[in-house]
Ligand binder design. Sequence first.
Ligand SMILES: Nc1nc2c(ncn2[C@H]2C[C@H](O)[C@@H](COP(=O)(O)OP(=O)(O)OP(=O)(O)O)O2)c(=O)[nH]1
Length: 210
Amino acid sequence: MPDSSRQNGLWRGSKPLVLASKSTARRALLEAARLPFEAVGVDVDERALESDAAGRGVDPARIAGVLARAKALAGSTAHPGRLVIGADQTLALGDEAFHKPADMAAARMQIARLAGRTHALHSAIAVACDGAVLFETVESAHLAMRPLDEASLDAYLAAAGPAVLSSVGGYQLEGLGIHLFERVEGDHSVILGMPLLPLLAFLRRRGDLL
Ligand SMILES: Nc1nc2c(ncn2[C@H]2C[C@H](O)[C@@H](COP(=O)(O)OP(=O)(O)OP(=O)(O)O)O2)c(=O)[nH]1
């Protein structure tokens, strides 16, 4: 049993969780909760799944659920007998979906679009084992970004740097991103990309967690 579970004292599962994610934010959330896990990559064509779902009129919140489910299932067949967590986050400004900016210019354009408006972050998780989804949920947060003039936008981007490219909204709320907002409604873990509270409740129901 890995050290973290002994230190934790709350974990009762027989094996560490598998997190099918490259997200540093998601790994940090599980580490902070002291849940033993292994992070793995999965081969899922997210863009194809997303454009297919969007083409069928699936809304951004449910798209996050589709992608989280696909990642969890892909991970569960690659890691038999393990509880595999898949997660995904979408950002919606009205009907418009946003993605992680490709470069700093795209980040600037995206944040300029979000400034002075309230956008939604939809974060989904799915837990699968041996090709079956055992739990899934999507939770949302709503963030009111303050109006930003050119100078404020430039100053933020210069200070935050390329880290803005690793987040769907171009910000890390727990870091410099906090300077962009005037009101935030929603669970912190949902904003960072993975609804932790329902995951912990699921693990407790299974007896994997005290
Ligand atoms: N640290 C931090 N990360 C954030 C924040 N808001 C969004 N994110 C991150 C969490 C996710 O890594 C990313 C959302 O993109 P995705 O859901 O596509 O996940 P990503 O491609 O990073 O990893 P994955 O698909 O799980 O392998 O944005 C924030 O406020 N702080």
